[in-house]
Design a protein around this ligand. Structure first.
Ligand SMILES: Cc1cc2nc3c(=O)[nH]c(=O)nc-3n(C[C@H](O)[C@H](O)[C@H](O)COP(=O)(O)O)c2cc1C
Length: 345
């Protein structure tokens, strides 16, 4: 199976093409942002039997980056120290591990941030409630240029800490309607300054700064059309949005993209192609596929050259021995949020 073969390209060397997708777990200490001790065995089990790469749950780059309870951080020395055991245990299994760096922007709440108001490109409130602790979203403060520079510094600081903690790289979470993605969308970014005229400038500046700090070859970027808080959102002109994104990736010398969709084979709302097909049209470097993939559909997409690596989320939550089952063709246990979200096993 192609999925189980090693992967080597552009400085990336993985023992297989199977990737664990980032999944928020919510078990970190609310006050300190230090991971739950069981996080070590949780990731180690999933690394066993040859996972190529694990992308962690979203990790907050600052206290005000958090959108719910139990989110771990990489902004204090204690948080950084605690992650070392996780990275060591995944490396013992021969896997690579990437820290997903996250700022939720307006999808935060002062309850999670020690009283600080959420930040966003523009003062536009999200509809709905925060995850888990259901609090109505608050009106965010429009970020000043000083705030923007500060958040870029926080991304850099967290990326440094990630490397200090032994991670093989970082994934910049620019998807799903969180802070960076709030800059991308005209629903949430009505700024008149250069961050409004060029909606992808904030992402570009983060990638340049983090790249300078840890090397562009250690960066993955996740982006999406869908926004977790706005189910009706769709790009009016997907071709244009992808072209603008790809231009940023060329400028910043990024090599690895992780376009995110819930259904891999479903065409975009306003396009005949799927997101991964549209990205491939403009991108000949590494692409991670994701979105309700099975080992069979991943295998086909890998063989067709549509993607280079295949990520699985819920199947890996439900099956800590996912790699063993995949290798031995043992059927997977179905995912059940009522069971699998309650535990970190
Ligand atoms: C419980 C859960 C938590 C998730 N948390 C994150 C997250 O922190 N960051 C992120 O980019 N995506 C997150 N996702 C999305 C997954 O990374 C993945 O894209 C999605 O589950 C589709 O893959 P799947 O069909 O294989 O599960 C989460 C998904 C689930 C089910």
């Amino acid at each position: 199976m192609e999925l189980l073969t090693p992967f080597k390209r552009d400085g990336w060397q993985l023992q297989s093409r199977a990737v664990m997708a980032p999944m928020t777990r919510g078990f970190a200490d609310f006050k300190t942002g230090i991971i739950h001790p069981d996080t070590v065995s949780y990731y180690q089990r999933r690394a066993q039997d040859g996972i190529g790469m694990i992308v962690t749950e979203g990790i907050a780059i600052a206290e005000e980056a958090k959108g719910t309870v139990g989110i771990p951080g990489l902004y204090t020395d204690e948080q950084t120290e605690a992650w070392k055991e996780v990275t060591d245990s995944v490396h013992q299994e021969g896997g690579k591990i990437i820290a997903q760096l996250w700022h939720v922007g307006r999808l935060s709440h002062s309850y999670f941030t020690n009283g600080r108001k959420p930040l966003a490109p523009s003062s536009i409130k999200a509809n709905g409630h925060t995850h888990r602790v259901r609090l109505p979203y608050e009106m965010p403060n429009e970020m000043t240029v000083y705030d923007i520079r500060n958040v870029i510094k926080q991304f850099v600081h967290a990326a440094y800490n990630a490397i200090k903690a032994g991670f093989d790289g970082v994934e910049i979470h620019a998807a799903h309607g969180y802070l960076i993605d709030q800059f991308h969308s005209t629903w949430t970014n009505i700024r008149k300054d250069r961050y409004g005229q060029n909606r992808y400038l904030f992402l570009e500046e983060i990638l340049l700064a983090v790249g300078e700090a840890i090397g562009t070859n250690k960066i993955i970027v996740r982006f999406s059309e869908h926004k977790d808080d706005s189910p009706l959102y769709a790009w009016e002109d997907p071709e244009k949005e992808i072209q603008m994104l790809i231009e940023v990736f060329h400028k910043t010398k990024i090599e690895l993209l992780h376009p995110s969709v819930n259904e891999f084979s479903k065409p975009l709302a306003h396009h005949s192609l799927t997101l991964h097909e549209l990205v491939r049209k403009y991108w000949d470097k590494i692409i991670i596929g994701v979105g309700n993939l099975t080992s069979a559909s991943a295998e086909k997409a890998l063989k067709d050259g549509l993607i280079d690596l295949a990520a699985f989320g819920r199947p890996l939550l439900a099956n800590s021995d996912f790699m063993h089952r995949t290798k031995a063709s043992i059927p997977l246990k179905p995912y059940d949020s009522k069971i699998h979200l309650q535990q970190i096993k």
